[in-house]
Design a protein around this ligand. Structure first.
Ligand SMILES: [Zn+2]
Length: 99
């Protein structure tokens, strides 16, 4: 006979973090600090933004992301990026000191 243990439901963790206006962005660590990143799916993009990485427009309907610094006041620094430009932003900057 095997005693039955009460089943625990540990698969669902506790909710993490407070809900924000943008939902919960993922935090990414970069050499220049922590950034929150929120993905925008294509259908939800209803405005044209300019990507600071390539200086091109992000057209409506294009999946992209919004990022902002994960430090105090950072929310005012939200920027819309092409996903690829965000990933490459430190490795190929707009021709500053690294070539
Ligand atoms: Zn771009």
């Amino acid at each position: 006979m095997s005693p039955r243990r009460a089943r625990r439901r540990d698969d669902k963790g506790p909710p993490i973090g407070p809900p924000g206006r943008f939902g919960i962005g993922e935090v990414e660590e970069w050499p220049d600090g922590e950034w929150r990143v929120h993905r925008i799916v294509g259908g939800a993009a209803d405005k044209v933004y300019r990507c600071p990485g390539c200086d091109q427009e992000i057209r409506t309907g294009t999946a992209h992301l919004v990022s902002w610094p994960n430090w105090s006041g950072g929310e005012g620094e939200r920027r819309h990026w092409h996903t690829a430009c965000w990933r490459n932003r430190l490795s190929r900057g707009p021709g500053r000191s690294r070539y």
